[in-house]
Ligand binder design. Structure first.
Ligand code: HEM
Length: 147
């Protein structure tokens, strides 16, 4: 997935606007757990009731990671290297199909919906397309070290 200069401008504009706000991060996790319940198996040690303190804390971590990614779009593999190691370890195998599990796409879908509902004015079709490409690129990096 190649991000064009226009994509990078669109993504940066959104992150300049939302700054370090993290509401969309935990809302996206709530959406992911509700819409794709198998993802809950990875967070069995969490309190998964909607908006729990642990989900909010995790949402902030996800939002911080995406802010870092948005600031380093020319080197996503480098910026997300340790996160990629962590997800390769945590998400190695789909517990149902015993195949590499591309579940970060489930979170990226939820993130898009959450960004759209929180920032409707910014979320025009061109920004939607650029965010989709950006999140797909992040997902590719996070799943690149599956064994
Ligand atoms: C855009 C996609 C994603 C991003 C940006 C992301 C980001 C993060 C971050 C920043 C952390 C915390 C790392 C740390 O504490 O050092 C984390 C941990 C984790 N992530 Fe993800 N993640 C994504 C997708 C997913 C998905 C889809 C799943 C599983 C359904 C998942 C499962 C986990 C698990 C199990 C942990 C460890 C949680 C804990 O025990 O504290 N991640 N992720």
């Amino acid at each position: 997935m190649v991000l064009s200069p226009a994509d990078k401008t669109n993504v940066q504009a959104v992150w300049n606007k939302i700054g370090r706000l993290d509401t969309y991060g935990w809302e996206a996790l709530d959406r992911m757990f509700m819409s794709f319940p198998t993802t809950k198996t990875y967070f069995a040690h969490f309190d998964l009731s909607p908006g729990s303190a642990q989900i909010q804390q995790q949402g902030k971590k996800v939002a911080d990671a995406l802010a870092l990614a948005a600031a380093n779009m020319d080197d996503l593999p480098g910026a997300l290297s340790s996160l990629s190691d962590l997800h390769a370890h945590k998400l190695r195998v789909d517990p149902v199909n015993f195949k590499p599990f591309l579940s970060p796409q489930l979170l990226t879908h939820s993130l898009l919906v959450s960004l759209a509902t929180n920032y409707p004015e910014e979320f025009n079709p061109a920004v939607h397309a650029s965010l989709d490409k950006f999140l797909a690129s992040v997902s590719t990096v996070l799943t690149s070290k599956y064994r």
